[in-house]
Unconditional design. Structure first.
Ligand SMILES: C[S@@+](CC[C@H](N)C(=O)[O-])C[C@H]1O[C@@H](n2cnc3c(N)ncnc32)[C@H](O)[C@@H]1O
Length: 474
């Protein structure tokens, strides 16, 4: 490793051999130390500027590409690497899938440390563009400048933009011209809304000063062609809000639903704000297989609807239900998995932290005439107790689909106490899933794992694991 005069530490000729957390490339220096490198892909050989030394490893950025990986392809998007959203876009889809599969397999080997029968071949997406049903864009009066623009000099970043937050640059937004992730009318809507706000002289948000008027938009859509627009304004100026929406509706009469909220807080979190239904329906509808869902402005819903159906079909396949079972669906969101499996079992008990989501779950159950589901709002850690199990009966199957952080230790302990014959563990984070599988291995065998790709061009991967109570513990 060479040390330059200005104390910048560089590592030279680092061959990237794998992918680590958040899509970073991994290589080793000549002393065998691990280096995590941003914006590279396996097969690249790069010089690296080290930005952080940690015990046993380094983090850095490439300064010079000595060799480009043979797996590289021309990225689709003009904003690639600037917006930071689709880290894998320079890899062919086949190669993306290979690395996602390796990520699941590595986590199981390194963290879960259990033997198991089968890692099934990853399920790819049929559609690798325009697959998202939800995207959020931020307004800013400061544009993120590319390195080329900075190098060219004399360019001001004082510009009204609407796009994505640049990682580690909280006050600057990458202006998005075209995003390949969400279908029509997402791009037209975003561009149209930016124009309307500019024409009406509505101040774009100044993130540093925490002032302005236009703050965020969130666009949700469904495979049934319904579209919801949610706008967050900084101030409750009814005259301006009405004038703005009058033109939005004139230009986009196809909008199924419009909501707005007033966010005068210092943070962007929208779930704690009142959503006002300005126009159209208070929800949009989605159909996954035999189940219809109403999706409200705050509802959690899997962001790739077509792949969500495939994911839920895997859950049903792994569950092997006969119709007599008592099923718990933990972290149920708007009851999506619960309602999907309900026709295959005796009853489903769903638990979810967000009270509004449970309201949606109950409404969705009624809409689908599903009468064998009960839902509870609250933290799984607090709700899933001995008394709860006594009231609802011990589960024959637990389906769990926690957030990225995985399950709390106390929830895992409760699983070990409940001793359900089967667990189907759905996860969006192979590392925390593997950690929890390791803890569960005290009483459970891991049988098989099915990676499902739901987010082409990103490092994200979903995986479904089937665990069975060890022989002698039943
Ligand atoms: C990955 S989502 C899964 C949702 C649902 N299973 C689906 O497929 O749409 C995780 C859900 O867990 C909820 N959640 C997060 N922490 C929780 C907790 N401690 N207790 C209960 N629910 C929680 C979130 O609000 C979110 O709806």
């Amino acid at each position: 490793m060479a040390r330059r005069k200005n104390r910048v530490i560089s590592a030279l000729d680092i061959e990237i051999t794998g992918v680590a957390d958040k899509g970073k490339g991994v290589g080793r220096d000549e002393e065998g130390r691990v280096i995590f490198v941003e914006r590279v892909v396996p097969g690249d050989v790069v010089d690296v500027r080290i930005v952080k030394k940690k015990k046993g490893f380094f983090n850095g950025f490439p300064t010079n590409f000595k060799k480009l990986s043979e797996d590289r392809i021309e990225p689709l998007c003009e904003h690639f690497e600037v917006c930071g959203g689709c880290q894998y876009q320079s890899l062919s889809y086949e190669t993306q899938l290979k690395h996602k599969s390796i990520a699941v397999s590595d986590a199981l080997k390194r963290i879960a440390k259990v033997e198991f029968e089968e890692l099934l071949p990853i399920v790819p997406c049929e559609e690798i563009t325009y697959y998202r049903n939800k995207l959020e864009f931020a307004f800013s009066n400061k544009r993120w400048l590319t390195q080329e623009e900075v190098d060219a000099g004399e360019i001001s970043n004082e510009e009204d933009v609407l796009g994505f937050h640049r990682a580690r640059a909280f006050d600057k937004i990458v202006d998005i011209n075209h995003c390949w992730l969400q279908p029509d009318p997402s791009n037209d809507l975003r561009i149209g809304i930016k124009e309307i706000a500019k024409e009406q002289g509505l101040p774009f948000f100044d993130i540093k000063k925490n002032d302005g008027f236009m703050r965020h938009i969130l666009i949700r859509n469904t495979t049934l062609g319904e579209v919801m627009l949610i706008v967050s304004f900084f101030r409750n100026d009814q005259k301006k809000i009405k004038a703005f929406f009058d033109v939005v509706l004139e230009k986009f009469p196809q909008l199924t639903s419009i909501f707005y909220c007033i966010n005068s807080k210092q943070n962007d979190f929208l779930l704690d704000l009142e959503m006002v239904n300005y126009h159209g329906k208070a929800f949009i509808e989605e159909q996954l297989g035999h189940v219809r869902f109403k999706i409200g402005p705050k509802s959690f819903f899997q962001t790739n609807s077509k792949q969500a159906k495939i994911l839920y079909d895997k859950v049903v396949e792994f569950a092997e239900l006969k119709g007599t079972e008592n099923v718990y669906d933990l972290y149920t969101g708007i009851g999506s998995i619960a309602l999907y499996v309900a026709k295959n079992c005796k009853q489903v008990v769903g638990i979810e932290e967000v009270a509004d989501a449970i309201k949606d779950a109950k409404e969705n159950a009624a809409m689908n005439q599903t009468e064998n589901c009960v839902f509870y709002a609250g933290d799984v850690r607090k709700i899933l107790t001995d008394e709860f199990a006594e009231k609802h009966g011990k589960p024959d199957l637990v389906i769990t689909d926690p957030p990225r952080a995985g399950m709390h230790n106390k929830v895992v302990d409760m699983f070990l106490k409940l001793e359900a014959p089967k667990i189907v563990y759905v996860s969006c984070n192979p590392a925390t899933q593997a950690r929890d599988i390791n803890l569960l291995s005290e009483k459970y065998d891991l049988v098989k794992v099915q990676p499902v790709d739901m987010f082409p061009h990103t490092y994200h991967i979903e995986s479904v694991a089937l665990l069975k109570l060890k022989k002698g513990k039943e």
